[in-house]
Design a protein around this ligand. Structure first.
Ligand code: HEC
Ligand code: HEC
Length: 206
């Protein structure tokens, strides 16, 4: 009950035009403290990602929250999620997940730029136009013109090539089946070359 009230209070404050309110500031401070002690050693001190851990800086807050929940209930089931994120999310309550998501969404993302730049033009063409022959829709329709995401649809811009490539390939391997429609259907139709090109392109987008 207490939690519901504070969530509703935060949402109404976020909706007001008064800039950063005291309650919002408190949420961000709480989120940063949790992130610094529990998440930074894998995702990096400013959420830019590190090795196998993806970039969280600038990610959509609704998406971060939904993923934390999915790790907690074991819906997101690929090996790295099981190994790293199931333990990291097991004790999070809704207030903590909201604060972590709010905090990471305010950090400024730096593009990983770790893909193959020669493949980026092919990746961009696919991102914008899809592949009609293979019944693959354009990505731009949902993820936005600069892959910035919207509402619960994640930002892809600047994400590490290794992470995006692995994630897109894993849908075809049957993991992440619990993810929101339409990604399991779309990603499982992508060829290896298309995945390489898309993941390369996205790593450079600012
Ligand atoms: C031991 C290392 C480790 C720790 C600690 C850790 N993470 Fe992760 N996190 C990972 C890895 C690895 C992945 C990628 C999982 C995959 O490959 O699907 C990940 C994925 C995520 C994702 C999904 C991102 C996306 O784009 O889908 C979110 C959100 C996330 N972590 C948030 C957190 C938060 C918040 C904390 C702290 C409470 C945290 N993580 C702690 C390693 C870690
Ligand atoms: C109809 C809307 C829609 C279209 C079209 C779409 N996506 Fe998505 N995408 C989503 C949603 C919703 C999610 C979140 C899925 C979840 O719940 O995990 C997502 C998630 C993703 C993720 C995971 C991001 C992360 O941080 O783990 C990647 C990568 C991705 N999409 C790439 C693509 C690519 C590449 C295309 C084009 C070939 C595409 N998407 C087309 C809606 C869409």
């Amino acid at each position: 009950m207490k939690l519901m009230k504070s969530t509703i209070a935060l949402l109404s404050l976020l909706g007001s035009a008064a800039g950063v309110s005291a309650a919002e500031e408190e949420t961000l401070r709480f989120g940063k403290a949790l992130a610094d002690s529990n998440c930074a050693w894998c995702h990096g001190p400013s959420g830019q990602g590190y090795a196998t851990a993806p970039k969280l800086a600038g990610q959509r807050s609704q998406y971060i929250e939904s993923q934390l929940w999915s790790f907690k209930v074991h819906g997101r089931d690929n090996p790295f999620s099981q190994q790293y994120m199931w333990p990291a999310a097991v004790n999070l309550d809704a207030r903590e997940a909201l604060a972590l998501a709010a905090y990471y969404s305010t950090l400024c993302p730096e593009p990983a730029s770790d893909g193959d730049s020669r493949l980026a033009p092919a990746g961009e063409a696919l991102y914008r136009g899809g592949n009609v022959a293979a019944n693959i829709p354009s990505c731009v329709a949902c993820h936005g013109p600069n892959a910035e995401g919207i509402r619960a649809i994640p930002r892809l811009a600047g994400q590490s090539y290794y992470y995006s490539r692995r994630k897109l390939a894993q849908w075809g391997e049957g993991y992440h089946a619990a993810a929101a429609v339409p990604m399991p259907g779309i990603a499982s139709k992508l060829s290896d070359d298309e995945i390489e090109a898309l993941a390369s392109y996205l790593s450079f987008v600012k």
